[in-house]
Design a protein around this ligand. Structure first.
Ligand SMILES: O=C(O)c1cccc(C(=O)CC[C@H]2O[C@@H](n3cnc4c(=O)[nH]cnc43)[C@H](O)[C@@H]2O)c1
Length: 250
């Protein structure tokens, strides 16, 4: 059974974080599972249809929990609006963002599932002739000003069940496909993976103080664009194995 501490749970001061995480909340838990596109989590939706009861629309009941599936759209703008709105209206105890991603790290294999420990914005800034400067460098965003820690959007939650390798993510509007861009992002942020939604998701969840996890499976390497090298079916398969595993242990 998944353990998530409710916002208003209080413990005496001698209870360790680990012990707190072992407290099983028996109250019904509301979970949002979100992806940019239905394609990425279709096997999960099919699984829910067989093991859970459909309540309304995209909401399922399983044991004493409810799971809502939210297709947030591709990119940061759609994600911030759609996922943010759902979190505020639904007031979940846990939000999972699931999606495919590109990897900078050649030690990760296509189909590997990772969880993102921190996110940063890869292409929000200015071009100063041939130099790209981000919002922190030009002073329009302040390091360490909430929800940022330094220039990162860190996930502060370590949730049971989600024990996938933790890596850093960078989020872009324009999928990286040139050597100068890839080298700039690696030098500036040392990311392992790249997505188009992760930072928006972290931003919304940190601001709303809701426990969250971002799961990504590797569909491609971040390199000069060659779609023939991508393996989306494999990435979707392993991502959904992780998601259905989570559902089955609720
Ligand atoms: O270039 C195309 O024709 C094309 C067709 C389908 C999908 C794409 C994507 O770029 C997928 C974007 C989608 O998947 C995530 N994703 C996957 N790989 C990467 C990447 O290397 N860099 C950034 N995002 C990636 C992303 O989060 C989107 O939701 C292209």
């Amino acid at each position: 059974m998944i353990v998530v501490l409710q916002k208003n749970t209080t413990f005496s001061s001698n209870v360790t974080t680990h012990e707190k995480q072992l407290v099983v909340i028996l109250q019904p838990m509301k979970v949002i599972i979100t992806a940019a596109t239905l394609l990425e989590i279709k096997p999960l939706v099919e699984h829910l249809a067989t093991v859970a009861d459909l309540i309304t629309g995209h909401e399922y009941s399983i044991k004493h929990h409810t799971v809502k599936v939210v297709i947030g759209g591709v990119g940061m703008m759609a994600t911030a609006y759609n996922v943010g709105k759902e979190i505020i209206m639904y007031q979940p105890q846990l939000v999972i963002q699931a999606g495919i991603a590109g990897s900078f790290d050649r030690n990760l294999q296509l189909g590997d599932v990772v969880q993102i420990t921190s996110e940063t914005l890869g292409d929000l800034g200015v071009e100063d002739n041939l130099v790209v400067k981000d919002m922190f460098e030009i002073g329009l965003l302040k390091e360490n000003e909430a929800p940022f820690t330094g220039n990162q959007l860190i996930n502060p939650h370590q949730l049971p069940y989600f024990n996938f390798p933790g890596v850093k993510g960078v989020t872009v509007n324009l999928v990286s496909g040139s050597i100068p861009t890839i080298e700039r992002l690696e030098k500036a942020y040392q990311p392992s993976i790249e997505s188009m939604e992760g930072a928006a998701f972290h931003y919304v969840c940190i601001q709303e103080q809701v426990p969250f996890v971002q799961l990504r499976s590797i569909s491609n390497y971040v390199e000069i664009r060659d779609k023939s090298k991508w393996n989306i079916p494999l990435a979707v398969q392993s991502l959904n194995k992780a998601l259905t595993g989570f559902i089955d242990q609720l």
